[in-house]
Design a protein around this ligand. Structure first.
Ligand SMILES: [Zn+2]
Length: 162
């Protein structure tokens, strides 16, 4: 055995075996503009994914990047959290504001909704004093709101020059 062959054999023996996930290729899912997205663990690309299939929470555990081919393992929020994120974001009339990132709680999204007037045009309570909507940080606890919230009536646009 030549010295070079010995070194090649040694290098092959010590080389990391092909593994489905390299260290660092684990990424948390987030919501952006009404979509669930995951960034590639290796390149700047991202992918839209669908954690709900016909209403069943069955998030994909990994995805293969279309741009670089690497496999990224995905950390998804819990089902309660994902349902809460979708419910609160879909209350927002402007799709460009429907984003959520790991670390934000459902309280955070609820407060943002209230601050931007999402609840300003609710119908009267069917039962005075009844709880219409309540969340904890990671789940919706009470939801007696209409599925589609009323939005503010459109204001007439002022004439140009008036
Ligand atoms: Zn990639």
């Amino acid at each position: 055995m030549t010295a070079l062959t010995h070194l090649e054999n040694l290098a092959a023996a010590l080389a990391p075996q092909a593994a489905p996930f390299a260290f660092g290729d684990v990424v948390e899912a987030h919501a952006s503009w009404s979509r669930w997205c995951v960034r590639c663990g290796r390149c700047p690309s991202a992918e839209q994914l669908f954690p709900f299939v016909r209403g069943i929470y069955d998030p994909p555990p990994r995805f293969t990047c279309r741009d670089c081919g690497s496999v990224t393992e995905i950390i998804w929020p819990t089902e309660d959290m994902a349902r809460g994120v979708e419910r609160l974001l879909m209350m927002r009339p402007d799709p460009s504001t429907r984003s959520w990132f790991p670390g934000e709680t459902l309280h955070d999204l609820l407060i943002e909704n209230a601050a931007h007037g999402v609840f300003d045009h609710l119908p009267d309570e069917p039962v005075p004093g009844a709880t219409m909507f309540a969340v904890d940080d990671f789940a919706i606890r009470v939801d007696n709101l209409p599925r589609r919230l009323p939005v503010a009536p459109q204001q007439p646009r002022p004439e140009i020059g008036s």
